[in-house]
Design a protein around this ligand. Structure first.
Ligand code: MN
Length: 242
């Protein structure tokens, strides 16, 4: 089978230049050898619209182009809760394909499901309400019709709000809901689910309705990098990248 690399939750931002550096090295050392790179959400800490020239992220965007043009690595990107305003213009500019959440792929001849993971956190009712609002086509259209300066202000106030409520929330409501997660396997008829978002990297094996399921949670890129590589000669293994 193909050699596939999965990452998520890099939260790339000009405020954390060392992680931008780390990703660029990762692209050269790891992703360049892969057939495909799947980015399962929150690649960027925030994105205010494809009309933002975002010069501080140019080295990242150039690296994506290089992965495609020079190394033939196909890049697939899924929205996260931070960067869901990434659109087709940026996809064209950076040579990646935007994929839906959830997205079905074949791994070792079996269907597997890829998700960002925020939709699994159903105990966080306040967040799910917020998500429903900001993901509506109407909200997106409204926000993108505002000036970039206005959008920067709105994003700032949303971030402040989210910071406040996150510190008030209990740890366990920030994790996936077990029932909702079990249902993903049975509803979609898959035994393998790969997602990020919770920043709790792990490989969970669980028997659900007689299915032997595997749920791989990708890690974030705060202290180190984190990735999953799947090819013919390796078992599922989460690896950190320094
Ligand atoms: Mn997330």
């Amino acid at each position: 089978m193909e050699d596939i690399v999965f990452i998520s939750d890099l939260h790339l931002a000009p405020q954390r230049p060392q992680i931008i550096e780390l990703f660029i090295r990762f692209a050269d050392e790891i992703a360049a050898d892969a057939d495909a790179l799947y980015i399962l959400g929150d690649f960027l800490e925030y994105w205010l619209g494809d009309d933002d020239p975002a010069p501080s992220l140019a080295p990242v965007f150039d690296k994506l182009i290089e992965l495609d043009e020079k190394h033939g690595t196909k890049i697939f990107l899924m929205h996260g809760n931070r960067d869901f305003l990434i659109g087709n213009k940026l996809a064209e500019r950076c040579h990646f394909t935007l994929i839906d959440d959830a997205y079905r792929i074949k791994i070792h001849d079996n269907d597997a499901l890829l998700m960002h993971g925020d939709t699994l956190c159903t105990d966080d009712i306040e967040y799910q309400k917020f998500r429903q609002m900001v993901r509506s086509p109407q909200w997106k259209q409204d926000i993108l019709s505002k000036s970039l300066e206005e959008r920067i202000q709105i994003a700032k106030s949303l971030r402040e709000k989210s910071k406040q409520s996150t510190t008030e929330k209990e740890e366990n409501i920030m994790d996936v809901n077990q029932d909702a997660t079990d249902h993903v396997f049975t509803d979609n008829n898959v035994d393998l689910l790969i997602h990020g978002h919770t920043h709790r990297p792990a490989i969970h094996h669980k028997k659900i309705n007689n299915r032997d399921t595997t749920r791989i949670v990708l890690g974030d890129w705060y202290k180190t990098g984190s990735y999953l590589r799947i090819n013919d000669d390796s078992d599922f293994r989460l690896q950190s990248y320094h």
